[in-house]
Design a protein around this ligand. Structure first.
Ligand code: FMN
Length: 195
């Protein structure tokens, strides 16, 4: 068979075909099948901080929904709290341990300290590298494109500093000045673009 070997983030891959971050990564049978058929690597779906916050809020609301109507309800699950990123981290580690090909994690957080904190937690799962998924919908008209991009560049730099594994950046095609943004991130960037 032809030699299709290549590298991603400097990690050797036997093939350039990568299962990108998506819900497919949660289907072990499919991944095993892809691995047996020569896939080069897997990117686990992103850890979304916003989703964790939302789930946590929903759980809080559900637990307190009847608290005022019946005082006993408040005592039914007093210790219950949302597991936060633990389940996601567990699944990333499990996938990494079960595959022979490199596994990359992906992160989409909201605030700089959580970008750094979650990046470190994902690194601890043993993944080969980390994709920074910068996808975000800007919500404030007062903040201009330059500031949004500066903040994102700062996040990339902070994450790079915080972890030892290689880091790549995944961006959308909707940047004001894509090449300038990429230059701000790195002289030698690895990047993929949403189609
Ligand atoms: C159902 C679904 C879930 C996805 N989840 C993620 C994700 O968690 N993180 C991420 O960076 N991209 C995610 N993506 C985007 C894909 O990784 C990919 O960038 C996108 O589908 C474009 O590639 P394509 O043209 O080959 O489909 C998701 C895409 C789909 C369809």
């Amino acid at each position: 068979m032809a030699d299709l070997s290549t590298t991603y983030m400097g990690i050797p891959l036997k093939s350039p075909i990568i299962l990108g971050a998506s819900n497919l990564v949660t289907k072990p049978a499919i991944i095993k099948d892809l691995e047996a058929n020569g896939i080069g690597a897997v990117v686990y779906k992103s850890l979304f901080e916003e989703q964790i916050q939302l789930e946590s809020l929903q759980l809080d609301e559900e637990l307190t929904e009847y608290a005022n109507r019946n005082s006993e309800m408040g005592r039914l699950f007093p210790e219950l709290e949302h597991a936060g990123p633990r389940e996601h981290l567990f699944n990333v580690r499990k996938l990494k341990e079960s595959l022979s090909v490199p596994v990359f994690a992906s992160l989409n957080a909201l605030y700089e300290p959580s970008w750094v904190g979650y990046a470190r937690l994902l690194e601890e799962t043993g993944v080969d590298g980390l994709e920074i998924n910068l996808y975000a919908i800007p919500g404030y008209f007062e903040i201009d494109a330059h500031l949004i991009e500066e903040k994102q560049i700062q996040i990339v730099k902070s994450v790079k500093k915080a972890v030892k594994i290689p880091v790549s950046v995944k961006i959308s095609p909707f940047y004001t000045n894509t090449m300038n943004f990429i230059k701000g991130i790195s002289k030698n960037p690895f990047f993929s673009v949403y189609s």
